[in-house]
Design a protein around this ligand. Structure first.
Ligand code: ADP
Length: 633
């Protein structure tokens, strides 16, 4: 049959270049990647063989073979797994279908190649890693149940060839034409059986299928071929006694499951005995994947039943706010035919989910107590996800709240837990104060903060989208209400406000006329104009009613396609500000109405701008400001 030549897709070519000029110093891992792919292919075949429309293939001896030829300097990794059709080879091997990889390449370009080692780990570059050690790679494959096979060959330069072949064993074999040994570049002798044994033992010991090394010697005198040697113990790590498994072994399993090349932050083990028996081995990664917040993010917990792989990304096992956790759950009492539909209704699965959730949160708690640096990394990477649980998981709310930390005005470098905040509260402080918004800088400069800054009251500075929601859902901490400094009436008297009731009454009287007039005049946009006790520097600010949505939340709901009526806000004036005083004098003294009207409008627009919003009519706002400026010259 004819051979056709194709060009690699641009991204694939870039990735290959990266592999060939090997940004990754540890070349040994190519074998781990190929064995890992072979193992996945065997899992898939096993699952397919359980289905009604199972392909008619022999599944009696699923295994992986490694075959080296010292003469021709080739190394072949062969499996009798699911294999690939011609179309699958084009789709999966010649292109990079995985959008994550494209993202990876973009990031790599932005960083000008620096830190590639770290970055590469986030993305499955599996198969291509063969080009780190080989100058030519051939893949021969036949999909289980199909008649013909496919041969794919490339030297990793610009092109690859594809050919349909009449005869091919079912499954996949990948043959590497090894580059010359080069110890300076960590290119070892990969035809050495000793080296291969070492690599498989180190990286792939837990693989549940046998990895066999074919004998290299010719048949002996008696004509008997020497036996293939199984290199891995095939023992599921989660089923082995805890003290028999080294940290390195756990980490290798993590890498196999997650396609991350970096070590995880934490390993969590759990063993449940009794009526419903299961083992769990979970990992908290050290880096958030790029797609953690996009829909369709895959949760990385695999379900096994009695040591047999059943499915990836079993989302019934952990709640969405722990979707960053990877690992394995092996249940003893489920059917091998278990489906997603069954899992969704299974009482035991819900029980597992509850236990795992508690265990993961407890692990984070321990980490916060015993390894603050690791906890800080955890929080930076996954805090925004974990906080979703404050809203969605009321049962664990207190436990979650205890491991949350928040940026505060107290220390720009170090986030604080609510416990720490509470310990620092001023005598008589009635509430835990927070402000939500786009960025720390915007929040620090917000007019809403002025009274707090002046009085030295600590405020939590919340900048994740979810922050808008959880504070309302949680409501209080340790008996103190959580209160937004941008919402409701601010009464800092208990917190040590200077003005007495008498002074306040007097001020209210003085301003009553102006406030009434402005409320009426700005009625389309605001529902009330009142005096503020939160401002010390700015003339005015806008606030929301205590039980109303903030503008950010309104936008969020609208973005999700929900119809939300536009809530009118409250305009607060600073009675100590010269502009406000002058406006009041002009109003009581019967000043020019048109001028007054414009000033009122400007004041409102300034308040909206100050909290990061936009004036309703920008053109008109600019014109008014320009007019005023002109008159000052
Ligand atoms: P990843 O394994 O991270 O998805 P790879 O580049 O290693 O990325 O492989 C791409 C895809 O090619 C795999 O997801 C799988 O579908 C297919 N594949 C690779 N190796 C094999 C194999 N030995 N048998 C069957 N399919 C394979």
């Amino acid at each position: 049959m004819s051979t056709e030549t194709f060009e690699f897709q641009v991204e694939a070519r870039q990735l290959l270049q990266l592999m060939i000029h090997s940004v990754y110093s540890n070349k040994d891992v190519f074998l781990r990647e190929l064995v890992s792919n072979a193992s996945d292919a065997l899992d898939k075949l096993r699952l397919a063989s359980l289905k009604d429309d199972a392909p008619d293939v022999d599944v009696s001896d699923p295994h992986i073979e490694i075959d080296v030829d010292r003469e021709s300097r080739t190394l072949t990794v062969r499996d009798n797994g699911i294999g690939m059709s011609y179309d699958e080879v084009t789709r999966l091997i010649g292109t990079i279908a995985n959008s994550g990889t494209a993202q990876f390449l973009r990031e790599l370009r932005e960083r000008d190649g620096a830190g590639a080692d770290g970055l590469i780990g986030q993305f499955g570059v599996g198969f291509y890693s063969g080009f780190m050690v080989a100058d030519e790679v051939t893949l021969l494959t036949r999909r289980a149940g199909e008649e013909h096979g496919t041969r794919w060959t490339s030297r990793g330069e610009g092109t690859y060839t594809l050919e349909r072949v009449e005869e091919a064993p079912q499954g996949t074999s990948v043959t590497l034409h090894l580059k010359p040994e080069d110890s300076e570049n960590q290119l070892h002798d990969y035809t050495s059986t000793w080296k291969i044994k070492e690599i498989v033992k180190r990286y792939s010991d837990f693989i549940t299928w046998p990895v066999r090394l074919l004998p290299t010697a010719a048949p002996g005198e008696d004509g008997e071929a020497p036996e293939a040697e199984t290199l891995n113990s095939m023992k599921a790590l989660w089923a082995r006694p805890r003290d028999e498994v080294s940290e390195d072994e756990y980490h290798e399993l993590y890498k196999h499951i997650s396609h991350d090349w970096r070590d995880p932050l934490e390993t969590v083990r759990l063993q449940a005995e009794g009526t419903f028996e299961y083992q769990a081995l979970l990992f908290i990664p050290s880096h958030a994947p790029h797609d953690l917040f996009t829909q369709g993010h895959q949760r990385g917990v695999q379900l096994y039943v009695k040591r047999v792989f059943i499915m990836d990304d079993c989302e019934e096992l952990l709640p969405p706010h722990l979707r960053f956790v990877k690992g394995v759950v092996d249940a003893q009492d489920l059917s091998l035919n278990v489906s997603r539909e069954i899992l969704q209704q299974d009482r035991h699965i819900r029980m597992i989910q509850r236990r795992l959730t508690k265990k993961v949160v407890a692990t984070v708690k321990d980490m916060a107590a015993s390894a603050p640096d690791r906890y800080a990394t955890f929080w930076r990477e996954f805090g925004a996800v974990l906080k979703e649980g404050l809203v969605t998981d009321p049962d664990n709310r207190d436990a979650l709240l205890a491991v949350c930390s928040f940026a505060t005005t107290h220390d720009a470098e170090r986030p604080a837990t609510l416990k720490e905040y509470a310990e620092r509260m001023k005598d008589g402080q009635e509430a835990v104060y927070y402000l939500t918004g786009e960025s720390r800088q915007a929040l620090e400069n917000s007019p809403h903060m002025e009274a707090f800054t002046a009085r030295g009251i600590e405020v939590l500075l919340l900048t994740d989208p979810v922050d808008e929601v959880w504070a309302d859902a949680v409501g209080e901490y340790d008996g103190k209400p959580l209160r937004s400094v941008a919402k409701g009436e601010l009464d800092l008297t208990e917190d040590g406000d200077g003005a007495s009731d008498e002074e306040k009454d007097k001020r209210s009287e003085e301003y009553a006329g102006l406030l009434g007039w402005m409320t009426e005049h700005l009625g389309e946009d605001v529902k009330e104009v009142r005096l503020s006790s939160r401002l010390t520097v700015s003339p005015a600010c806008v606030v929301s009613d205590a039980n109303e949505l903030t503008p950010a939340l309104e936008n969020m709901y609208r973005a999700m396609g929900q119809e939300i009526p536009h809530a009118k806000r409250i305009l607060e004036l600073n009675p100590e500000h010269q502009l406000v005083k002058a406006l009041n004098r002009a109003h009581t003294g019967g000043g020019d109405r048109a001028e007054l009207t414009d000033t009122a409008e400007l004041l409102y627009s300034l308040a909206v701008l100050a909290e990061g919003g936009r004036p309703k009519d920008s053109a008109r706002f600019v014109k008014l400001v320009a007019d005023r400026l002109e008159r000052t010259l």
